[in-house]
Write a protein that binds this ligand. Structure first.
Ligand code: ATP
Ligand code: MG
Ligand code: MG
Length: 393
């Protein structure tokens, strides 16, 4: 860190007319810089100021954050109802770009931690997930990708109410300008990004699936210790990605190898073993810690510890039945978000109609086709990641 901020220091633009901010507290730190709690001495508003590192790459990337937030705030969510952080101001202080935000409270990682990593109630997971879907719907309509959705980047508005906001648009980009290939925090990184395929807004839906499960369980579902470990955890739980992703992904050959053809003449790929990957990359891969007793997602969710209750035994029985019903809906919901194939993964619009979110009775099998039909009528066709005729046959 190239610049130390102290409580009682001032931040302000280099020109005289700009607002000045008194630093009251240090709030957080990230890759891009420090976040401090400040008071605007003109309006007296208490705000959060992100002071970006004094390096051209960070400056330019953070100007992008300003542009995107400005558009989101003014054009796409003018009434501040879609759970997206508000930006109040920005200025340059001694070469550091400073972004002034509304002051929010703890992030969701801190909330999970405060809860001793026991997980939140199904009801609370639903409330937070619905709000995140709302934000992602706005992003998708504008074809913006957040690219770094994770619990640290989701903040409670206050400690009194279960209201959240999505923050940190410092990695966000437009679907037409997906220039970076090394994006998303590893635990929340989508299969298409891991494999080096082209990507779009659906990478945020993958992250959302990982986050919803983490909120419920209290621990990350795919805590990969390396890229290989991340891919192997996903494959172990959810199976192999479709052939077209392996054939087209620029990184896929690092992780998968050809293993012949099936009886219909289609290529078969398999994940390289840890020994093979280690040998080829000249580094010793570790299998990484296993957090859960079960391998498959439905078993993990079904068997998660039940919340404590002080109800009488008949009441308790009713509660348990309701909880198991909600868990079945939750499993189905998560499977829609954790589709390995981005073309099959649900959009925010589709996910919002799921009984887990709407509260309707969940009846198996879920009418996914109906969701698909609606999606085709609302979203433009995806480009770039469509399977080629050869690989989809
Ligand atoms: P990353 O390493 O995730 O890219 P970053 O450097 O881009 O992080 P932010 O994520 O914007 O920075 O902020 C870092 C941390 O500061 C957040 O996780 C949060 O705890 C805190 N923070 C950010 N904005 C606010 C805010 N508006 N109100 C309160 N705390 C905030
Ligand atoms: Mg962040
Ligand atoms: Mg960031």
């Amino acid at each position: 860190w190239d610049y130390i901020l102290y409580v009682n220091d001032w931040l302000g633009g280099d020109s005289d007319h700009e607002s000045r901010y008194l630093i009251l507290d240090i709030l957080g730190q990230g890759t891009f810089g420090q976040v401090v709690k400040c008071q605007n001495i003109t309006t007296h508003e208490i705000v959060a100021v992100k002071v970006v590192k004094n390096k051209p790459a960070y400056y330019n990337q953070s100007m992008m954050e300003v542009t995107i937030l400005d558009m989101l705030n003014k054009q796409l969510d003018p009434d501040d109802v879609h759970h997206i952080l508000r930006m109040r101001d920005h200025f340059v202080h001694k070469g550091h770009l400073c972004l002034v935000f509304e002051l929010l409270s703890s992030n969701l990682y801190e909330l999970i931690k405060q809860n001793s990593f026991q997980g939140l109630s199904t009801q609370l997971v639903k409330v937070f997930t619905a709000q995140l879907l709302d934000a992602l719907m706005v992003l998708k309509d504008a074809r913006l990708i957040h690219c770094d959705l994770k619990p640290e980047n989701i903040l409670l508005r206050s400690l009194q109410s279960p209201q959240i906001k999505v923050i940190d648009f410092g990695s966000a980009c437009h679907e037409r300008q997906t220039v970076y290939t090394y994006i998303q925090s590893r635990f929340y990184r989508s299969p298409e990004v891991l494999l080096g395929c082209s990507y779009n807004c659906s990478i945020d839906m993958w992250s959302l699936g990982c986050i919803a499960i983490e909120l419920f369980l209290g621990l990350p579902i795919f805590p990969g210790t390396s890229e290989y470990n991340q891919v192997s955890r996903i494959v172990e739980m959810l199976g192999d990605p479709p052939n077209y992703m392996i054939e087209r992904g620029k990184q896929a050959a690092n992780f998968f190898e050809a293993a012949g053809v099936d009886d219909q003449g289609r290529s078969v790929f398999r994940l390289k073993t840890i020994e093979q990957y280690s040998r080829e990359h000249n580094k010793q891969e570790q299998p990484g810690k296993k957090y859960f007793q079960y391998t498959h997602l439905p078993d993990i969710i079904k068997n998660a510890p039940l919340p404590p209750s002080r109800s009488s035994s008949t009441r308790r029985q009713e509660e348990l039945e309701k909880e198991m019903h909600n868990r079945m809906a939750f499993i189905d919901f998560c499977q829609g978000l954790l589709q390995l194939d981005p073309l099959k993964r649900w959009t925010p619009q589709q996910a919002k109609m799921h009984p887990f979110i709407t509260g309707e009775k969940f009846v198996k099998p879920y009418q996914q086709q109906q969701l698909m039909d609606q999606a085709i009528s609302v979203s433009p066709p995806l480009q770039g990641i469509m399977p080629s005729p050869a690989s989809s046959k």
